[in-house]
Design a binder for this molecule. Sequence first.
Ligand SMILES: [Zn+2]
Ligand SMILES: [Zn+2]
Length: 304
Amino acid sequence: MSETTNLPDPSAVPETPAESARKIRKARSQVMGVVLGMAGFHLACLGAFYTGVSTTAVVAAILMYVIRGMGVTTGFHRLLAHRSFKTNRFIQFMLAFAGSLAVQGGPLWWVAHHREHHAETDTEGDIHSPVTRGMWQAHMGWMMTDAAFNEKGNNSRDLHKFPEIKFLQRHYVWLIVGQIGLLFGLGAWLGAAFPQLQTSGLQLVVWGFFISTVFTWHITFMVNSVCHRWGGRPYDTGDASTNNVFIGVLGFGEGWHNNHHFYPSSARHGLRWWQLDITWWFIRCLKAVGLASDLKIPKELRDA
Ligand SMILES: [Zn+2]
Ligand SMILES: [Zn+2]
């Protein structure tokens, strides 16, 4: 069902042993960075016991969840990975920018792995399948393996024609540092200018960045783990993908994952009236104001 191939590049020159060794060393250090980073982010959430909470902090956490989560679902997934609608370069960049703030890797890396998942769903080649690798690997363990950082063929090569997307891939770490700095500055200013808000720089960083990021992570990761195990399977996709109401709602429509595996290039994942799909409604809004076009939907809905 995938629209991508993973054929070897015929122009590729074979790697020398030194190049292979360098790649392996690089992947190892990236894996170590992921392990330490993920542990550190989870521990940083405990900072809430030190900073306390305020309405401002909770609003910041929710806003950051919505902005970055929608960046991943609309930008990384439905636009960049599946090209399920068209938009202009500026909106594409803004959506990819929002997704890049979610600390889920840069857009080219995210898209390459996601397309690989569609091409190899629930087989040995799928590095985050709960069927072949178990729930822990499917949820987050896969990012702690060398395979997560190996070159995934040419899976996102078509996006290299957008220098602004390559820019986000290259510099996305600075977007992480930048948002921590901005949230700290905003919290410190609000705390000083409006003491009745009872907030602080550190409090906004803990809630608006760390807690919000870890929550967004687990919702995204559950699309890979939970949505290939628990839920309904209205379509015979030949894999273990499911529609899960919990992830459907909290994941802005991404939990209608069995629908998605059956119609991977559809911009709409919630195909029944009751399958809430906030990302689809957002894309509809973009279309209504002239910022999106050519929304792909299954023929069964077009004919209805
Ligand atoms: Zn899947
Ligand atoms: Zn997909």
